[in-house]
Design a protein around this ligand. Structure first.
Ligand code: C2E
Ligand code: CA
Ligand code: CA
Ligand code: CA
Length: 279
């Protein structure tokens, strides 16, 4: 459909209009989501491929909107970034995950580490290091029990600055992981400049690892590279025993995926920790 707007001709398809409307509605919903208690954090276990032991968990944001129901983070996080809301939401996730993990540690879970995702915008926020320091102090979480997941997209634009931010974060005593590995440039030369502790192989490679020789080769190369850089390596999106066997045979350290568990709300994750396998 053609619409004349303020002297310029614009072209909108009905789909584009519907999309723009939904984005605007999501944005206004997100503005009040924290205050109205609509956000929560789900926790997905990360387990050792050798021992099967629980190593930690990734904190994954959930939004239950009264208007839209469950909205996927893949949809609302970009909206939050665009609208300038990601700093507040990201801080809320970080603080929530730190205090929750601190409570689990207090219940006797000695070796538990929580991984929190950082969006590129958050990563470039001037106060990131101070914010993380404050979240640790306020929650009483030991720094070594916190890991931040950073994607290549967040660091690729200005590598020198990103390296400096990562070093400052590491000085707090926390861990850093490179998320979605394999989806970007992933070159050895730049990754080796960063003080990462862990590399997360993206689930797009894991999905058909058993059938697709190219993705099998990429995953294998990622494991070898991680080892050569002294990083631990975790595969995400592991759904089958065959995938786990493949990874174990190539000495991948850990896995995260539906095979072991879907992301769980805090209550159910707590029950998993307490050893209740029925959850
Ligand atoms: P991600 O960081 O790569 O997180 C992993 C995603 O894979 C999660 O989707 C998780 O539920 C899903 N997943 C885990 N195991 C499996 C599996 O075996 N099979 C399949 N098919 N999927 C699996 P989720 O929770 O929908 O999150 C999507 C993305 O949204 C995340 O991808 C991350 O980029 C972003 N995100 C989630 N929470 C946050 C947050 O608190 N802050 C920021 N900045 N981004 C977040
Ligand atoms: Ca992640
Ligand atoms: Ca990921
Ligand atoms: Ca991803």
């Amino acid at each position: 459909a053609r619409q004349a707007g303020r002297g310029t001709a614009r072209f909108f398809s009905p789909q584009m209009e519907a999309e723009a409307k939904r984005q605007a509605a999501l944005e206004s919903g997100l503005r009040t989501a924290i205050a109205r208690n609509e956000l929560s954090v789900a926790y997905q276990p990360q387990v050792s491929l050798d021992s099967g032991n629980l190593l930690g968990m990734e904190a994954l944001l959930r939004w239950h909107s009264p208007e839209f129901g469950e909205v996927a983070p893949a949809e609302f996080i970009p909206v939050a970034e665009e609208a300038g809301l990601i700093a507040a939401i990201g801080e809320w996730v970080l603080r929530t995950a730190c205090s929750q993990t601190r409570r689990w540690l207090d219940l006797g879970q000695t070796a538990l580490r929580v991984s929190v995702n950082l969006s590129p915008r958050q990563f470039h926020h001037a106060d990131l290091v101070a914010l993380v320091r404050q979240a640790l102090a306020d929650s009483g979480l030991p720094p070594a029990a916190l890991e931040l997941e950073i994607t290549e997209g967040a660091v690729i634009d200005d590598i020198d600055n990103a390296v400096a931010v990562c070093r400052a974060l590491k000085e707090l005593g926390i861990k850093l992981s490179l998320d979605d590995f394999g989806t970007g440039y992933s070159s050895l030369s730049y990754i080796s400049r960063f003080p990462f502790d862990k590399l997360k192989i993206d689930q797009s490679f894991i999905r058909d690892i058993v059938e697709n020789p190219v993705n099998a080769a990429i995953a294998t190369a990622a494991i070898v590279m991680a080892r050569s850089l002294n990083l631990t390596v975790i595969a995400e999106g592991v759904e089958t025993e065959a995938q786990a066997r493949f990874l174990r045979a190539r000495h991948c350290d850990a896995m995260q995926g539906y095979l072991y568990s879907r992301p769980l709300d805090a209550d159910r994750f707590g029950r998993l920790l307490a050893g209740d396998r029925r959850l």
